[in-house]
Design a protein around this ligand. Sequence first.
Ligand code: MN
Length: 236
Amino acid sequence: MTPFIGITGSYDYNSSMAYLRDGYYEAVEKAGGIPVILLPLEDKTSIPNIIRRLDGVILTGGPDIDPVYFGEPPKLNLGRVCPRRDEFEIALARECIELKKPILGICRGMQIINVAFGGSVFQDIRAEIKGALKHLQDAPTWYGSHEIEITDLDSRLYGVTGVKKMKVNSYHHQSIKLVAPRFTVTAVSGDGIIEAIETVRRDIFCMGVQWHPEYMWQKDHFQFMIFKHFIDFIAG
Ligand code: MN
């Protein structure tokens, strides 16, 4: 059966609107899934019901994560945060694991997974990591601006791509600091910044990438394979 894939929507407080960029849902459709936008509901009691009806979840990119979720006060260079997405998505990630629903985290989505299970992020790469590369590219969105190295050859990520190095785009000014227990780093950039993680548990599918494959998949087959592998895994 064609899997239903929930994709978390963005939220704009100024216009009171939830929305989703087309790269995400078109990739899911192209890979053989039925995309469904997940709205950042304030009443979280519905989350178990939502997850039960879905076959998998994609956590999307977006603004910074409120450091309150990993026990830090907000530093000077913290960017915009979205409280209703933070709360909804952290609860969503935990429920997915609880119900063993496959989950793919993209950019902020990877960081949400990490924070939801006890990890943390650097609030601002520029201020906190000496010698960091440019992770907020000015190049076109589909362009791979920095290299990553897949460091874990037993990982799903390596299984999907089959290459040790590739170029990815980069739109993050936060990055993973402390990796959550039972997760492992699968890829890094040249400055040591964590670019992909996944769970070490073999009974669930939970992986995250720091870049944006939804901007790249039409031009880069490796990036399409991330979505395709996710949907194929679910479809069995
Ligand atoms: Mn990057």
